[in-house]
Design a protein around this ligand. Structure first.
Ligand SMILES: Nc1ncnc2c1ncn2[C@@H]1O[C@H](COP(=O)(O)OP(=O)(O)OP(=O)(O)O)[C@@H](O)[C@H]1O
Ligand SMILES: [Mg+2]
Length: 181
């Protein structure tokens, strides 16, 4: 009885440890550990830019927690871009986004939602600075190769729309202590 109680306690402590570490780190940096939804759009996949985009997030230090290549349905895309449904380009956007594979990803790190948007550049590639993904690799707004959540709230909704809970992995980055203070 005592042995099984001790085993249960050990199990609970082990399961809680990564979460406690996350909370500690967040407090320590006074910034939140977040997750964001990033997708290489069909034009980015077709143009063989997936590796380049993954590399930028890896090099930055963010942690990949989920990734899959998907042929999305119009129904899923209408949900994903629901906020834009009244806009004239919406039908074309949904058609384009369902025209080929999308590389769906979830990245984790301190302030990742805002930082990813900065790394992506502006919605319109011609407003995007060189050095950003859209500034470096595309020309037109309707072919801007990458999607990134625009707020923590959108990120949570989008992650739930694109991934099942079991597809999101909790793991410890070996480089963590060299990326975070
Ligand atoms: N004026 C436009 N004409 C054509 N397509 C547009 C236009 N504005 C936006 N889009 C397309 O719709 C997508 C979603 O627009 P949104 O305003 O959410 O920009 P974003 O947040 O920078 O892009 P995304 O949500 O794809 O990351 C844009 O990335 C672009 O592909
Ligand atoms: Mg958007």
């Amino acid at each position: 009885m005592l042995a099984s109680l001790a085993a249960l306690l050990a199990y609970v402590v082990t399961r809680l440890t990564p979460n406690l570490q996350t909370v500690y780190k967040s407090t320590n940096n006074s910034m939140a550990t977040e997750r964001t939804f990033i997708a290489v759009k069909p034009d980015g996949v077709q143009r063989n830019l997936s590796g380049e985009i993954i590399k930028r997030f890896e090099n930055k230090g963010f942690k990949l927690v989920a990734m899959k290549l998907v042929m999305s349905t119009e129904e899923q895309l209408k949900q994903h871009y629901a906020d834009l449904s009244a806009l004239p380009f919406f039908p074309g956007l949904v058609k384009f986004m369902s025209s080929g594979p999308i590389l769906a990803m979830c990245w984790e790190g301190t302030n990742v939602v805002k930082t990813a948007r900065i790394m992506m550049g502006e919605t319109k590639p011609f407003d995007s600075k060189p050095g950003t993904i859209r500034g470096d690799y595309c020309i037109e707004v309707g072919r801007n190769i990458i999607h990134g959540s625009d707020s923590v709230e959108s990120a949570n909704k989008e992650i739930a729309l694109w991934f099942k809970p079991e597809e999101l992995l909790s793991w410890t980055q070996a480089t963590q202590a060299w990326i975070y203070e």
